[in-house]
Each structure stands twice: as structure tokens, then as C-alpha cells.
Design a binder for this molecule. Sequence first.
Ligand SMILES: CCCCCCCC(=O)SCCNC(=O)CCNC(=O)[C@H](O)C(C)(C)COP(=O)(O)OP(=O)(O)OC[C@H]1O[C@@H](n2cnc3c(N)ncnc32)[C@H](O)[C@@H]1OP(=O)(O)O
Length: 415
Amino acid sequence: MTASMPHAAGAAAAEDPPILQSGLHRSRTVTHGHAEPESEVATMKKTVMGIGPMLQSLNVMNEELRKRKDNLLRDKLVLEESIVTCNKEKDEDTTKLSEASESLKKLKTEHDDGKANAQKEIESLKQQILDRDKAICALVDTTKAEARKLCGLVIWYRIITHKCRKTRDCSLSSVLRVEQTLRILKTRPSLHTGFQADKLIHTTVRLPGIFSPRPRDFSLPNSSWSPKMMELYDHYNSQCDLETEDIESQKGPWIRLPSYNRILKYAKGGVYLSKIMQSKARLFTRNVYQVGASFEYVIFLNKEEKKCVCLFQAGHLLEGPPGHVHGGAIATMIDTVTGTHATFLSGLVVTANLNINYRNAIPLGSTVILESTLDHIEGRKTHINCKVTSADGSKVHTEATALFVSISVSHLMGM
Ligand SMILES: CCCCCCCC(=O)SCCNC(=O)CCNC(=O)[C@H](O)C(C)(C)COP(=O)(O)OP(=O)(O)OC[C@H]1O[C@@H](n2cnc3c(N)ncnc32)[C@H](O)[C@@H]1OP(=O)(O)O
């Protein structure tokens, strides 16, 4: 019986499928170690049953990954397409850029040509002006010494400045020659008469910046000044102390106060005061270099009557109400004129009080007169009145009173 057992087992093994065969073979082998084959099978079944859900979740994950892969592929395609579009746009932009720089080059060339032509035209116009001056002078009554001198001076000035500008000749002798001519032209009101000399002088008294050994004097006429402003300027200037070319001095009640940018720098003790001034600081009313744009004014002081007159022409940068001057700009001018007046009367002062009544608005570009008169001085206090009227005096624009208090230099330092 025992001998037939292996055969029986061998027959059973022959009937089992191969996977069970190996399992059975193992369990049978283990059976020899006393394990129970049924429980083994059950464990395996359990394991197989556990693998089912795992497989399911793996399938789900696999599906998700496949979807993500598809999405990524789609994104890749989209990106590739946009890269192609971008490259196309880049090429177009590069073409446009080169076209633009080409046309810019062309424009620049045209601009340079235009500039050169304009320069030529300016030179020829200057020559024409010079010729015209000569022609005018040919008609002048040469029996009159002053007319002869004026012709000579105007032409001389034109020639010198023309030559200097052309050659950029800033040598001291050129500067001195121009300055000397200008000084004579400016200080001879008698030369302003006859054969449109006013016009000639007003266009010539503008000293070009490169010739200025000193800071620009803003109180001198410039091309932006209106005929009314010029008329008033000539009126007061002709009554000023004057130095003529013959070094004769003419006495007048008025003094024209030069601006010299910051007059303090050139005043007695100004060296110390200039130390506390910032190098970039500019007097508020004289900080725009474009002529006619903001505050155009000149102050005359009457020594005998102890009063000041200011001729003021407000530029377009001072607009307040449309077409009219800003109240703050008017206040600034009143403070400036009365402050200058008080300084001449009482030395170093500061504004302590300023009362203003605005009666009639000032149109932009019009010329007005500020008249500053001394009310009274009381100890350290200088009381000044100021009236702003139209150029012909018919309209009162503004009225003001100002109080200035005398201070010491140390007070100024400590302010
Ligand atoms: C070339 C271009 C010129 C341009 C000019 C421009 C001028 C300016 O804009 S200056 C700038 C604006 N002003 C300032 O910054 C000033 C600032 N204020 C100060 O420094 C001081 O307050 C100052 C000097 C006015 C007075 O101070 P202080 O020196 O201590 O004097 P204090 O004793 O208070 O006053 C002196 C007298 O003035 C009178 N006073 C002072 N302030 C005022 C005032 N606002 N209103 C009326 N009275 C006054 C006092 O009552 C006193 O009178 P009293 O002697 O009869 O008793």
C-alpha cells in the first residue's frame, strides 16, 4: 500500500493545472513539514483577493497618468505653435525695427540738412541786416555827430558779435570790445532817437551768454519786452545816472537796479552771505532763463523821492485764472519790489507782514507798473505801500501794504 502511494500522488499531480501543480508541490513539500495545505490555499486566495482592489487602483492611476500625458502632449503642441508664432512676430518686429531705424537715419539726415540750410539762411540774413544797417547809415544826416557815432557803433557791434559767434572767439579783448560797445549803446538815451535807432538798439543790447564775463543782468531789455515795456523802460532809463562814452556823467533822480542774479553775492559782506547760499539756489523771480516766459521786470529807485518803480511783464508760465496772472505771482512781485525798496532804505530786512487787495486781474503778457512808496519807519519796522496799475495808470490792479523788520546777519544765519 505504501509502495502505491507515490503513484497515486503522481497521478493526481498529472491532473492538476501547472500553477496549482507548483503550489501543490510546495504545499505537499511543506506537508512533509506538517503545515496544513487548506489554510495555505485560503491565505493565497485572500492574497489574490487583496490584489484585486490594488490592481483596480493601479488601473485608475494608470488612466490618470495617461490622461496627464495626453494633456502634456497637447500643451506641448500649443507651446510649439506659440513659439512658431512668437518667432514669426520676432522676425516681423526685427524687420520693423530695421525699417524704423532706416527712416530715423533718413529723418536725421534731413534734419541735419535742414539745420545746415537754416544756418546758411541765418548767416545770409545777418549779412542782409548788416548791409541794411549800412544802407540806413548812408542816408543818415552825417552832419550830426551822434548819428555818425550811432551808425558806427551799431555796425561795429554787429560785425564783432557776428564774427565772435562764427569763430567762437571768447577772448577777453573780444568780450571787452562787445561789452564796451554795449555799454555805450545802453547808456546813451540820446542815441535812441532818429532813424529807427530804438529798434536797432533793442535788438542789439542782448549780450550773448558766451560773451558774459559776469552773470546775466536780467533787468536789461530783451526781445520779449513789449513796445509798452520798452517805452516805459526808456522813460525811466533816460532819467537815470548815466555814464557816457566820453566818461561824462549825467545825473538823474533814478537808478536802474541791476539783477546780477543774486545781488547779495556782489554786495558788501556778500562773501560771507554767499557761504550760506546753496550753489544751485536761484532768486525765485530770476530762475527761468527763457526770455519772456515768467517774470520780466526791472526796478528803478528814486533816491530823492525815496520810492521804487517796477515795470513788470508777466509771461505765460505765471498763469492763474485762464489768461491772467496768478495771485501768488503778483504777491511775489509786490514782495520783491517792496523788499528791495525796504532794503535800500533800512538795510537787511525780512518781510514780516504783507496785506494784498486784488482789485482787477492782470492779463498775461501785459505790462504793469508797481509803485512802492515809503509809509513810515519806526525803529526796526519799515512800512511800505504798493500799488499795481496798468501801464497808462488808468486801472488799479492791486494794492498792498508791507511790513519789513530789520534783522542782523546772525539772525539770517539762524533763520
Ligand atoms: C532782492 C529781492 C528781495 C526779496 C525780498 C523778499 C523778502 C522775503 O520774502 S523774506 C522771507 C519771508 N519772511 C520771513 O521768513 C520772516 C520770518 N520771520 C522772522 O524772521 C521774524 O518773525 C521777524 C524777523 C519778522 C521778527 O522777529 P524778531 O526779530 O524776533 O522781532 P520781534 O521782536 O518779534 O518783532 C519786532 C517788531 O515787529 C513787529 N512784528 C513782527 N512780526 C510782525 C507781524 N507779522 N505783523 C506785525 N508786526 C510784526 C513786532 O510786533 C515788533 O514790533 P514792536 O517793536 O513795535 O514791538
